[in-house]
Write a protein that binds this ligand. Structure first.
Ligand code: ADP
Ligand code: MG
Length: 622
């Protein structure tokens, strides 16, 4: 009885391992789509029911599996993609860990149909709790169909952890987009509850980007295309006017694998530099291809984060490629380029600085690409200061990045502190008629005398309170104030946004929009809430969707509450806007008609009152 360690049975071990790979329906979608891509399919169909909770099926016309392989595929660590440890460093496929199918078989009921072109019959297999419960020959076309039903049917704790269908569906759409964007030469479709949401004919990258992000991108994409010995950077970036207020359409693919990288994202942002309005984010779809030995994909179970052998070089190339593209299309003045002296020395960076290396570096493709193709790239003859140069080049960049990170962390900290401290007591000021002259300070604050002191009102926060109450009322009592648009506005969205808007349509309309679906990802805006400027209908709605996506990780609010908060923030008068006497008066009057005038919905004070006795105490010693 003193020995207590046991080996876990396979199905439990698999269930535990599955937790890493299959966290939610979208993770299974990603794995199955990637398997289909790896199988060389040119047509891949994804079918989901109930946001993947009831069914996820992927049908491909790839190379299929033999009978033995079909069974083997569901074993843990079963893969056809690597054979030895060296292979791990030259991975060209999406998968290689051999865990996905084993994980899926541990947490869902799986049905597989598959046939290779050389075989006359195919194989049908049914699996539950990691065990094969049925296997028989079957007739099938070439390729593979895998359906997984009732995800987490045997792990109720996990199943309960799943979010609402709309949230899970959004994750699925995200994964679908990431894979389909990376392989534009493959046909993809996504059908949800019997309705086809995406139908992406095979084409080139630009066509795929437009299919996914929407037609309005068509004229707004700038091609990026740089070929060097070390890596290739290509794809499209959005003209500065496609920049969004929240991180939206930003995609990096490294060897066709979607990755997240704050570091590379920073490289793109700094390349746009002053071209972007403050606090906005550029759109981009960028592919980086390089020798697989230069990256490590195996640092994260779902492979969304990768390690670059030389992160700084990659940073510099991406930044230069984007700058170059913007310059070539006359979006940025070409004079901006002083980068090249540094880039030129890059291939020498990782190596000791010998004369031959210098020679080799300057005759490499890399060097030539950035010299000959574009005069905007000014090349300095290398000199003794070379080492110093590239240091200057990187250090400020990476330091700036770190500084910014630190800055945002600090800001977060400060708001938190601010929430706890209320320096001045906030009076519950019942407002009297305003006979006083109001003063606007720094286009942000309004100073209003009160019978016994004065009040300092924050114009934006005050207006947020007013709008918040107005929209909440509208949303809950269906009493909306809609202003008809002079001309109905046509809105064409990317398929993902169209899915989202369809889902939100009822709620958005309850807030005062009048939007009708018009088929094929288009909508017509007939009216908007009264606060939206005429002519700004489209922008306001796009911004609303953006903000909603941004907000959606916050689970404590209902869909409608989130919308109310987004639309409030969007339409509030901003700090910095100059206001007339009349506008200030109306603002203050409206504020004090609110039920809770003192704070915004998020709890910031909207005004402070300074009373006579408080002022007296400030100025008299005793
Ligand atoms: P990995 O993709 O990491 O190899 P998986 O568990 O996803 O591991 O798949 C195991 C193996 O099953 C793959 O290596 C491949 O040989 C085979 N396989 C999976 N899906 C397909 C498919 N759609 N078509 C053909 N073969 C497949
Ligand atoms: Mg796989």
């Amino acid at each position: 009885m003193s020995d207590i360690i046991q080996l876990l049975p396979d199905n439990i071990a698999n269930q535990i391992a599955a937790g890493e790979v299959i966290q939610r329906p979208s993770s299974a979608v990603k794995e199955l789509l990637e398997n289909a891509v790896d199988a060389g399919a040119t047509e891949i169909k994804l079918i989901v029911n109930d946001a993947g909770k009831a069914l996820i099926q992927v049908i491909d016309n790839g190379k299929g599996m033999s009978e033995t392989d079909a069974r083997m595929a569901f074993e843990r660590h079963a893969t056809s993609k690597i054979k030895n440890i060296e292979d791990l460093f030259r991975i060209k496929t999406m998968g290689f860990r051999g865990e996905a199918l084993a994980s899926i078989a541990a947490v869902a009921q799986v049905e597989l149909k598959t046939k290779k072109s050389a075989d006359t019959v195919g194989t049908y297999i049914e699996i539950e709790n990691s065990a094969v419960i049925k296997q028989e020959p079957c007739a099938y076309n070439v390729g593979t169909s895998i359906s997984m039903k009732n995800l987490f049917f045997n792990v109720p704790a996990r199943r309960n952890f799943l979010k609402s269908n709309s949230v899970e569906m959004r994750h699925i759409v995200d994964e679908f987009i990431r894979v389909s964007m990376a392989f534009p030469n493959v046909f993809f479709s996504l059908t949800s509850n019997g309705q086809e949401v995406f139908h992406l004919e095979a084409g080139n990258i630009k066509q795929r980007v437009v299919q996914i992000l929407g037609n309005n991108y068509n004229a707004k994409l700038v091609p990026v295309k740089e070929h060097t010995d070390y890596l290739d950077v290509y794809g499209f970036i959005g003209k500065p006017d496609t920049a969004k207020k929240t991180r939206g359409d930003q995609y990096f693919f490294v060897n066709n694998r979607y990755i997240k990288s704050a570091y590379l994202n920073h490289a793109v942002n700094t390349a746009y530099d002053s071209l972007l309005p403050k606090d906005s984010f550029p759109s981009y779809v960028l592919f980086i291809d390089l020798d697989p030995e230069q990256i490590d994909i195996n640092v994260h179970p779902t492979k969304q984060e990768i390690k670059f052998e030389d992160e700084k070089i990659t940073y510099a190339f991406v930044q230069a490629a984007v700058k170059h593209a913007l310059a070539q299309f006359s979006i940025a003045p070409s004079l901006d380029f002083t980068l090249n002296a540094n880039i030129q020395s890059l291939s020498a960076v990782s190596n000791p600085f010998t004369e031959e290396k210098k020679e080799a570096a300057s005759s490499s493709n890399l060097y030539k690409t950035f010299t000959q193709k574009n005069q905007a790239h000014f090349i300095e003859k290398s000199d003794k200061n070379e080492l110093k140069h590239w240091k200057d080049f990187y250090d400020p960049a990476s330091k700036k990045y770190e500084d910014e990170q630190r800055e945002t962390n600090k800001e977060k900290q400060e708001t938190r502190n601010g929430e706890q401290e209320t320096i001045f007591q906030i009076a519950n000021f019942k407002h009297q008629t305003l006979n006083f002259e109001l003063t606007q300070l720094h286009n942000t604050y309004i100073i209003s005398p009160t019978p016994k002191g004065f009040m300092l009102i924050h114009q934006q926060l005050a207006h947020e309170r007013i709008l918040y109450e107005k929209y909440s009322k509208a949303a809950h009592q269906q009493q909306t104030i809609t202003q008809k648009s002079l001309f109905p506005v046509n809105l064409e969205l990317g398929a993902a946004d169209a899915v989202l808007l369809n889902e939100l349509l009822e709620d958005v309309n309850a807030l005062g929009y009048q939007i009708e679906p018009f088929g094929n990802n288009s909508f017509v805006i007939q009216g908007t809430p009264a606060d939206v400027l005429q002519g700004n209908e489209k922008n306001s709605l796009e911004l609303l969707l953006e903000q909603f996506k941004h907000f959606s990780s916050d689970i404590k609010f209902s869909k409608r509450e989130k919308l109310v908060r987004c639309i409030t923030r969007q339409n509030a008068i901003k700090a910095g806007q100059s206001l007339s006497q009349k506008e200030m008066q109306t603002l203050i009057e409206d504020l004090f008609k609110c039920q809770t005038p003192n704070t915004t919905a998020t709890g910031n004070p909207t005004f402070m009152e300074f009373k006579e006795d408080y002022l007296d105490r400030m100025f008299t010693k005793w």
